[in-house]
Design a protein around this ligand. Structure first.
Ligand SMILES: Nc1nc2c(ncn2[C@@H]2O[C@H](COP(=O)(O)OP(=O)(O)OP(=O)(O)O)[C@@H](O)[C@H]2O)c(=O)[nH]1
Ligand SMILES: [Mg+2]
Length: 306
């Protein structure tokens, strides 16, 4: 049995979509590479760290992106061909006369992004997600974004969806860790969740390759729809911290609508504090304010006591 080719990776600040990737093996339809052919729709896998993005990427592409049970496993961008059979396109390949096994194969170019909770980058690898989804020219952005969300920690997975719905991206939510959620007595109603989020929600287990056909269908249907009109415009609006409360409220109502059970997670106060404390602008300002307060306590306040 031939080994699956290593995933092709593009790292650094370079825009991941541009470079053409090398061909790694041949098939009867001509060269079949680690990446899909030119013109294939580009689908990005985004989501919080450690939710199963690379496991899903591997299941869909047959490649071998590194996966691991710790955050930060993916620190650059992987890209590969997501091929699937569909019965609505007949191949006109001369060599195989339409008989070969890869007949009627469609393909997407699948991009595996590093984990991120939001579109506000805190590290260099998170910046890649921001660059690809927000800062890149519209023509170079993915045709759809699959947000991989952890069913056991839904609230912290959905902030990214809250930000993406303010852009022109087509979004499909792929719900992993359903087994973990069940063990924690969290029941997710994917239909209610989809209705509340306003985008398709597909339940899957990428380790067992379960739910992949449903994901393929949901992405194809999303691509058939026109791009959504943006609720907000521009990167500046996305970075507007004052919109946080609104986004949290939206996430909270989606979690409430889509989950039941004793373990159902809510957006906690610590989630809100974390959000402000780790914000690229508000975080350092908060740090300086605390340092100033400590300085005042140790000088002005303590001086009369000495
Ligand atoms: N229990 C359970 N484990 C899963 C599921 N999906 C993925 N995993 C496991 O979760 C761990 C993390 O998976 P990765 O694919 O590396 O996660 P990632 O989102 O790519 O992580 P980063 O690259 O760090 O952002 C691996 O050990 C997977 O086997 C699932 O549905 N249920
Ligand atoms: Mg990964």
């Amino acid at each position: 049995m031939s080994e699956a080719p290593e995933v092709t990776r593009t790292g650094g600040r370079q825009l991941p979509i541009s470079p053409k990737l090398p061909t790694v093996r041949a098939a009867c339809h001509g060269p079949v590479g680690a990446d899909a052919g030119a013109g294939a729709p580009i689908i990005a896998l985004a989501g919080a760290p450690n939710v199963g993005k690379s496991t899903l990427f591997n299941a869909l592409t047959g490649l071998r992106a590194t996966t691991g049970n710790w955050p930060g496993t993916t620190v650059d961008v992987g890209r590969g061909a997501w091929r699937f059979k569909a019965d609505d396109r007949v191949c006109a390949c001369v060599e195989c006369s339409g008989e070969c096994a890869v007949n009627r194969v469609h393909e997407f170019s699948l991009v595996d992004l590093p984990g991120t909770y939001s579109l506000d980058p805190l590290s260099r690898d998170e910046e890649l997600t921001r660059t690809l989804l927000v800062d890149a020219p519209v023509a170079e952005r993915p045709d759809a974004v699959v947000v991989v969300a952890d069913a056991a920690h839904l609230a912290r997975s959905l902030y990214l969806v809250a930000q993406l719905r303010e852009t022109t991206h087509r979004v499909v939510v792929a719900l992993t860790m359903n087994d973990v959620a069940r063990k924690a007595s969290i029941e997710v109603d994917s239909y209610a969740l989809a209705e509340s989020l306003g985008c398709p929600v597909v339940v899957l287990d990428p380790r067992r390759r379960q739910g992949l056909d449903n994901l393929t269908r949901a992405v194809r249907e999303a691509l058939a729809r026109p791009t959504p009109s943006p609720r907000l415009t521009g990167a500046a609006a996305l970075d507007d911290l004052s919109r946080d409360d609104e986004r949290f409220a939206w996430v909270e109502s989606a979690v409430r609508a889509g989950t039941t059970g004793s373990g159902a997670e809510r957006v906690s106060t610590s989630d809100r504090v974390d959000r402000v404390a780790t914000h690229p602008v508000a975080g350092p300002l908060l740090f300086l304010a605390v340092m100033w307060l400590v300085f005042q306590v140790t000088t002005t306040v303590a001086a009369p006591l000495q």
